[in-house]
Ligand binder design. Structure first.
Ligand code: SAJ
Length: 453
């Protein structure tokens, strides 16, 4: 290995290397904090000056990082949050943790990565180690970073170094964090991989080297596409069981007793979050460039995207039991965030369900103890109603979309208001007014009602 390699390796091992993190969100801020904790000087770069000011004030905006943790990082004098990209000039190794959303027509939007690379090029210097962490399609690291930096006359593995290491942050996960979650990493060359491994081993317990950035990029997409496909399959099972009059939740619990060869997933009102709805689309988009059309990914996407419509149709079936229709009914959605006990509304199926009820003429409201407001499709701000069981008893129907642990399930069940439970959260209540997806609505014949023969 050459002088650049040896110098950087030594600086990393001696913790003299100045580290950089671009993007101080739910991935980048915990990463920067872990780096500071391990004794490194860390420059955190983010375009949002409000984030930078809050960090200096020790006000964390990431649930996994406490104010105290942030303040102690600042107190070391080794954490330097800034909006100034020129600080790249003093950085030896930089991790890029910026969003990779979908565009309007569901194609990958890598503009955030490209914008960072343009800034890196402005302040590029020999020996810089660049690691991309943002979830993206196989080939991104080579096409959007290596090719661009090499246009400046640099050679990967010789006078700069390049890796891909997918983020595996699971916000609000109390068991797994940046340090104890195994981290996959692939380098453009052997020297790149060695340096990337040496760096990440400083603050991650288990670093998993693979043979290339593409393998690392693809492994992340497999992880999350695996979830999307399995969630879609169990959603299809739910609709099948509904039609067949079988309780899918009981079926899953029974299957889950198998100690090998089975992994339970659970039906829901659709899928939300910043990963599962998006990551598979990055993979299917790239595969199409190779004339490979992933039927699993497209089918999973359409099955999961169909669930809000299934919820609306089931609501109509339930209201029909009370000689009511969705139109003009007062309906309350319980829980709006995309998964329990967080406020994150990104891609939440509850938002789609809210709009569908509104389009079908319902007087729709929602209650969520964490997600206090959102912007609906018409651009209006919608606020959560206050928690008030007396008020809740006035609704024609309630729909549980997100099973926050703080909800008073017993109090809500005791109101006698018909409930459509999309998470089996009311599993311990057998009252006839509690219905759930994945099980049929037991039609109660009324006196004199026509009997189908
Ligand atoms: N969902 C179901 N049924 C299931 C599991 C999830 O309907 O059986 C729904 C959830 O309600 C949610 C969506 O799917 O709306 C996504 O849920 P998720 O549990 O996958 O949570 P995420 O989106 O926070 O995914 C993250 C991912 N982490 C990273 O990408 C680093 C994912 O890889 C993790 O497996 C997941 O957290 C986790 O296990 O918590």
């Amino acid at each position: 290995m050459n002088h650049e390699y040896e110098t950087l390796l030594h600086a990393i091992e001696e913790k003299k290397a100045v580290l950089g993190v671009v993007g101080l969100g739910y991935v980048g801020l915990p990463l920067a904090v872990e780096m500071v904790k391990q004794g490194f000087t860390v420059v955190g770069i983010d375009l949002d000056s409000d984030k930078i000011e809050r960090i200096y004030r020790g006000e964390s905006y990431i649930s996994d990082i406490s104010d105290e943790e942030l303040a102690s990082c600042i107190a070391t004098g080794r954490f330097k949050p800034t909006t100034d990209y020129s600080m790249i000039a003093v950085i030896d190794a930089i991790s890029i943790c910026v969003p990779t959303p979908l565009s309007e027509n569901q194609d990958p939007d890598t503009s955030f990565i490209t914008m960072v690379v343009d800034q890196v090029k402005r302040f590029m210097k020999p020996r810089l180690l660049i690691t991309l962490e943002s979830t993206t399609y196989p080939g991104t690291t080579e096409e959007l970073i290596q090719a661009e930096i090499e246009k400046l006359g640099y050679t990967a593995g010789k006078d700069f170094f390049l890796c891909f290491s997918p983020e595996r942050v699971d916000p609000s996960n109390v068991r797994y964090n940046t340090r104890n979650t195994p981290k996959v990493i692939g380098g453009t060359t052997e020297a790149c991989l060695n340096l990337g491994e040496a760096l990440y081993k400083q603050y991650v317990d288990n670093v998993v080297p693979v043979s290339s950035p593409k393998v690392a990029e693809m492994s992340k997409l497999l992880e999350n596409t695996f979830r999307s496909v399995n969630i879609a399959f169990v959603n299809e099972m739910a609709m099948m069981c509904d039609r067949m009059g079988i309780d899918v939740w009981e079926v899953i619990d029974a299957a889950a007793t198998k100690p090998f060869g089975f992994m339970p997933f659970y039906p829901g009102p659709g899928i939300g979050g910043h990963c599962i709805p998006l990551d598979p689309m990055y993979l299917s988009w790239k595969a199409k460039g190779f004339r490979f059309y992933s039927k699993f990914i497209e089918l999973a996407q359409s099955t999961n995207d169909n669930m809000p419509y299934y919820v609306i149709n089931k609501t109509a079936t339930i209201l029909n039991e009370y000689a009511k229709s969705i139109k003009r009914s007062n309906i309350l959605i319980l829980g709006m965030s995309y998964k329990p006990d967080i406020s994150d509304l990104r891609e939440s199926p509850g938002l789609e369900i809210y709009d569908l009820y509104k389009e079908n003429g319902a007087n729709i409201s929602y209650y969520d103890p964490h997600a206090h407001s959102f912007m609906d499709k018409q651009g209006e701000t919608v606020h959560s109603v206050k928690y008030d069981l007396t008020q809740f008893s006035q609704y024609d129907c309630m729909v549980l979309v997100t099973n926050h642990s703080s909800l008073d399930y017993s109090g809500i069940a005791s109101l006698g208001v018909p409930i459509l439970d999309t998470r089996n959260a009311f599993r311990s209540f057998a009252e006839p007014h509690i219905y759930k997806i994945g099980h049929s609505v037991q039609h109660v014949k009324e006196p004199g009602e026509a009997v189908l023969v």
